[in-house]
Design a protein around this ligand. Structure first.
Ligand SMILES: NC(=O)C1=CN([C@@H]2O[C@H](COP(=O)(O)OP(=O)(O)OC[C@H]3O[C@@H](n4cnc5c(N)ncnc54)[C@H](O)[C@@H]3O)[C@@H](O)[C@H]2O)C=CC1
Ligand SMILES: CC(C)CC(=O)C(=O)O
Ligand SMILES: [Mg+2]
Length: 370
């Protein structure tokens, strides 16, 4: 299979973990006889430095000419004082909007071998396997008006949470579709006791539910959801929610897996061009130190292989390699216990590649004797 993959490393650890994903994908291409053409574009702070804007037109063009997009992370203290319209994060919001990436799918699965690394009891982590479907191109991150006016104590600032019914319906439909292929339960998270937009969200969820009689729908207020996520996380199957709520709840949920460095995601459009990105940010506190956990990025690349290219076997091979390496006790600093050896980002990637190569050798031996 011949595919073009646009890589947007971004800033901070985004660059380090992207290098790792590229190496892993190169091994997959070689083993399975695919041709992956990697193109590279600027986004975020590095784009501001080189082109003066967080999302240059040429980056968008590069993405539109690709079969899928991989993104690292954007942002960092260097660009904290940029004008709001020219912050690195604006580049990320803009690419989501421009490519129509309305559904951000964030799977949360607790690896048994990492249970010790989570602050939760084993009993709480048992059976944790849910997906957060976060609306990604509307809500509080995009509503207008947004800005500041006035001065002194009279200065005011405004952000707007606005949705059209159409935007709400398509994300809720995406959640029901996902739940249909899973445990058939959607938890729609809102703040309908206070927000008008949430009341419309809730009504729309009820309307969509009628098309999916086999799927259970429950509504949960976001403050309760934040609590239930850590009290009884195994109760969830598919959570669907507004942009900001989903952003916050998914970082919270990452703690169940042991580290924010473990959570991958796919950002899906309706036109078939999807983007894959780890849930974490650019982690300025460890950037440039070869310390970042690259697994969220590697698992995002696996999601790309499955969702964009239909390469189930290849995606599973990457996921099995991650599982194998973790089972063997290999850990970057975010996952290692005090007495465990700490691997660098590059060493972790080398372990994943080695595991893929070993697996491949075993498959060849089995084929030879079949
Ligand atoms: N998708 C994106 O590009 C995102 C960008 N950001 C940006 O990133 C910058 C830093 O934001 P923070 O609030 O610090 O969030 P962050 O997600 O970058 O880091 C939070 C904490 O988790 C740790 N961490 C994150 N990913 C890790 C990994 N792969 N391996 C090991 N440890 C990891 C960091 O070291 C830090 O202690 C900000 O400029 C923010 O706007 C934040 C979230 C998402
Ligand atoms: C950096 C923000 C724009 C978004 C964020 O935190 C995220 O998408 O997880
Ligand atoms: Mg976030």
């Amino acid at each position: 299979m011949k595919k073009t993959i646009a890589m947007l490393p971004g800033d901070g650890i985004g660059r380090e973990v992207m290098n790792g994903a590229r190496e892993v994908l190169s091994v997959i291409a070689e083993q399975y006889g695919h041709e992956f053409n990697f193109t590279s574009g600027l986004i975020g702070g590095s784009a501001i430095d080189e082109r003066g804007v967080p999302l240059p037109d040429e980056t968008l063009e590069l993405c539109r000419n690709a079969d899928a997009v991989l993104l690292g992370a954007v942002g960092g203290p260097k660009w904290e004082n940029q004008a709001p319209a020219n912050r690195p994060e604006r580049g990320l919001l803009a690419i989501r909007k421009e490519l129509g990436l309305y559904a951000n799918v964030r799977p949360v699965k607790a690896f048994e071998c990492l249970e010790e690394r989570s602050p939760f009891k084993k009993s709480v982590l048992q059976g944790v396997d849910f997906v957060i479907v976060r609306e990604l191109t509307g809500g509080l991150y995009f509503g207008k008006p947004s800005g500041r006016s006035g001065s002194g104590e009279k200065e005011s600032a405004v952000d707007t949470l606005v949705y059209t019914k159409e935007e709400v319906r398509r994300i809720i439909k995406a959640a029901f579709e996902m739940a249909s292929g899973r445990r058939k339960k959607v938890t729609s998270v809102d703040k309908a006791n206070v927000l008008e937009s949430s009341r419309m969200w809730r009504e729309t969820a009820e309307e969509v539910k009628k098309e999916y009689p086999e799927v259970e729908l429950e509504h949960m207020l976001v403050d309760n959801a934040a609590m239930q996520l850590i009290q009884n996380p195994a109760r969830f199957d598919v959570i669907v929610t507004e942009n900001l709520f989903g952003d916050i709840l998914s970082d919270e949920a990452s703690v169940l897996t042991g580290s924010l460095g473990m959570l991958p995601s796919s950002s899906l459009s309706l036109n078939g061009l999807h983007l894959y990105e780890p849930v974490h940010g650019s982690a300025p506190d460890i950037a440039g130190e070869n310390k970042a956990n690259p697994l969220a990025m590697v698992l995002s690349a696996a999601m790309m292989l499955r969702t964009s290219f239909g390469l189930e076997e290849e995606a599973s091979a990457v996921e099995s390699a991650v599982q194998h390496v973790l089972n063997a006790g290999k850990r970057t600093g975010d996952l290692a216990a005090a007495d465990e050896q700490v691997l660098t980002t590059e060493e972790m990637i080398a372990e994943i590649k080695e595991s893929l190569e070993e697996d491949n050798a075993i498959i060849h031996i089995m084929e030879a004797y079949a």
